[in-house]
Ligand binder design. Structure first.
Ligand SMILES: [Zn+2]
Length: 418
């Protein structure tokens, strides 16, 4: 067995595991060359036939879960494994190839799976703000482009990646429709969808309508083995142009009966796979301590209620829950939520800050070299090219964010998973 190791040039954050331990749990039946210096790391790419559970899998994850984008049954197996062993997977909002790359790097550094997700605004940004977005054409193209970027690189990093999209309110449904078309084409050619999953957020509509729309999409998505994340109750705060800062406080806390209505309706759809973002006081954004009142017991009560309805043993966790608005949450609330079946936590605000903070610190440290193309403290004729090369601040931002994500993975117990 040979471990895939990271080249030292990746410059991992100090808190990350040392390169020698990275990838130790990855099982490869034939010599694999160091990551990224040689393009082939998987069995298919090496063109080697495989027996049983194939040549590349992980020691401790379910055998269906392999490096690269995880879809269908492998995705369900991975989420079930997370629920059973008590960790949640960080779901990080990405807006550029740089954000995707730091996610892959952070997952690799933690020997852990990651979710990479795009919001509609983030998808549009990925395509470039200069591209016309009539009928969400830029947002659709941007998300698809991001998806191919992830597919191209995830296997090279040797990590399992769930490819997902974030909040889709009623008015944004054409954006998801466009991505579903792309997945249907991909499914016809490859037997799996382009994306692992999408989120629909009809939480601002009446509950019946929310459920009806989710069922309709689950039918379409079930045909190509996709997973649906739906939202019940409202996540407070502001994110990506959706402002719930003045939401009715009652709507910030979902009731077990409502979770059951969703579970019942969606599980009746053929090949349904879904997760529920139930509101338990979550808020997007980071606020001063004391302003966010989380009540994770709502999740425990929902599991108990639904287990009863399904005639399952006490202590069963029939639902897979998603934690929105995790940035700035107290660690004990995060861990408690995980113990009640949260398998995914969204991360956006904290990585927005860490990325900016990396640029800020870089500019501050090198200020004297960043004021003009020529001339710095070492001489009036000294060039500053190597300081203002955009790769320098961008890499500083990535390193700062990998460090922040290492913390997120630790908070979510999502460390050394394979
Ligand atoms: Zn959210």
């Amino acid at each position: 067995m040979l471990a895939i190791s990271l080249p030292s040039s990746l410059g991992l954050a100090a808190s990350a595991p040392s390169p020698s331990s990275v990838g130790a749990g990855l099982r490869v039946a034939r010599a694999a060359t160091p990551l990224m210096t040689e393009p082939s790391t998987t069995a298919e790419e090496l063109g080697i036939g495989c027996e049983g559970d194939c040549l590349v899998s992980y020691d401790s994850l379910p055998p269906s879960v392999k490096p690269g984008v995880v879809t269908g049954q492998a995705l369900v197996d991975l989420l079930d494994y997370a629920k059973a062993t008590g960790f949640a997977i960080p779901a990080v909002n990405c807006i550029t190839s740089s954000s995707i790359n730091y996610c892959l790097e952070a997952a690799r550094a933690n020997d852990a799976p990651i979710m990479i997700q795009f919001s509609s605004g983030g998808s549009q940004f990925y395509a470039g703000k200069g591209l016309d977005n009539t009928n969400f054409r830029a947002a659709i193209a941007g998300a698809v482009s991001g998806a191919y970027h992830v597919r191209q690189l995830a296997k090279k990093y040797g990590v399992p990646v769930i490819l997902h999209t974030d909040h889709c309110a009623k008015k944004l449904l054409p954006w998801v429709d466009g991505m579903l078309e792309a997945s249907e084409e991909f499914f016809a050619a490859n037997g799996e969808p382009l994306f692992s999953s999408h989120m629909l957020d009809l939480s601002e509509e009446p509950l019946d309508e929310n459920i009806d729309v989710c069922v309709e999409y689950m039918e379409r998505m079930g045909k190509m083995d996709m997973l649906l994340e739906m939202e019940l109750g409202i996540t407070g705060g502001e994110e990506d142009g959706v402002d719930n800062e003045n939401a009715n406080p009652d709507d910030l806390y979902t009731k077990p009966e409502e979770v059951w209505m969703v579970q019942k309706a969606l599980q009746a759809v053929p090949n349904a796979k879904f997760t529920i973002a139930a509101a338990f006081g979550n808020v997007h954004g980071v606020y001063a301590p004391g302003n966010v009142k989380l009540d994770p017991k709502i999740l425990r009560n929902s599991q108990e209620y639904i287990a009863q309805q399904l005639g399952m043993a006490p202590g069963s966790k029939p639902c897979a829950f998603v934690f929105h608005g995790g940035s700035g949450s107290a660690l004990e609330d995060i861990r408690e939520a995980i113990s009640y079946g949260v398998i995914k936590m969204n991360i956006d605000t904290d990585t927005q800050w860490s990325y900016w903070d990396g640029v800020r610190a870089y500019a501050e440290k090198n200020a004297a070299y960043l004021q003009s193309q020529i001339g710095n403290p070492e001489g009036a004729d000294k060039p500053n090219k190597k300081f203002y090369d955009p790769r320098m601040p961008v890499r500083a931002a990535e390193e700062s964010t990998v460090t922040r994500l290492v913390q997120c993975f630790a908070d979510l117990n999502c460390v050394d998973i394979f």
